[in-house]
Design a protein around this ligand. Structure first.
Ligand code: GTS
Length: 210
């Protein structure tokens, strides 16, 4: 198995690096962080060097990647967290894209509609979470696909943690998701990471809303 060295360059938030950090922690993979100050970002030349003009930037030796979900997939391949065959991999991709849809809705509410749209967002949430609940309940292993965590599970887990901060009761009608979050949170390396200063010091989002 190929392992790093990995470096993340990102702003001082959990944001789009939350899932990959949890995944690397759980996989026992060390990584280096370069935290960018937003003011330095806007005046420096790093932005111009990024393929899409955005962070996170992820370095694995000489390989430089952008796009958080591409980074998660790369970690999935490197750490045997991308299913046991092509069919499982395809379903893991599908679930990761489903999580991305939820992540985008959450980001829109947090960054554009927090004051006016938060209540409605929380009201609509069961319609979105039900889909993940159904897949999780059907698979019966405690993971979305297969019998061990894939990068899609880490992404879902991280999005659910953020939603529990938004609305602590949001999983009360989703027993499989609730048990998933409890079990993922109790995995020793994840538990240690979530309890670390490195994790706790970073806000979830860049605008202080959560
Ligand atoms: N699709 C990209 C991904 O998943 O990595 C989105 C990356 C993105 O939106 N990056 C933002 C950025 O670089 C920061 S954050 O939204 O992830 O917090 N913004 C600064 C800029 O100049 O665009």
């Amino acid at each position: 198995m190929h392992v790093g060295p990995y470096t993340i360059t990102y702003f001082g938030v959990r944001g789009r690096c939350g899932a990959m950090r949890i995944m690397m922690a759980d996989q026992g993979q060390e990584w280096k962080e370069i935290l960018m100050d937003f003011a330095d970002w806007t005046k420096g030349d790093l932005k111009a060097s990024c393929v899409f003009g955005q962070l996170p930037k992820f370095e694995d030796g000489g390989l430089v990647l952008y796009q958080s979900n591409a980074i998660l997939r790369h970690l999935g391949r490197n750490h045997d967290a991308y299913g046991k065959d092509g069919k499982e991999a395809a379903r893991i991709d599908m679930m990761c894209d489903g999580v991305e849809d939820l992540r985008l809705k959450y980001g829109k509410m947090i960054y554009q509609e927090y004051d006016t749209g938060k209540d409605q967002y929380i009201k609509d949430l069961p319609n979105h979470l039900d889909k993940f609940e159904a897949v999780m309940a059907k698979n019966k292993t405690g993971f979305l696909v297969g019998d061990k965590p894939s990068f899609a599970d880490y992404s879902l887990f991280e999005v659910l943690l953020n939603h529990l901060v938004l609305c602590s009761s949001c999983l009360d009608t989703s027993p499989s998701l609730k048990s998933f979050v409890e079990k993922m949170s109790a995995r020793p390396k994840i538990k240690a990471f979530l309890g670390s200063d490195a994790y706790k010091k970073l806000p979830i989002n860049g605008n202080g809303k959560q």
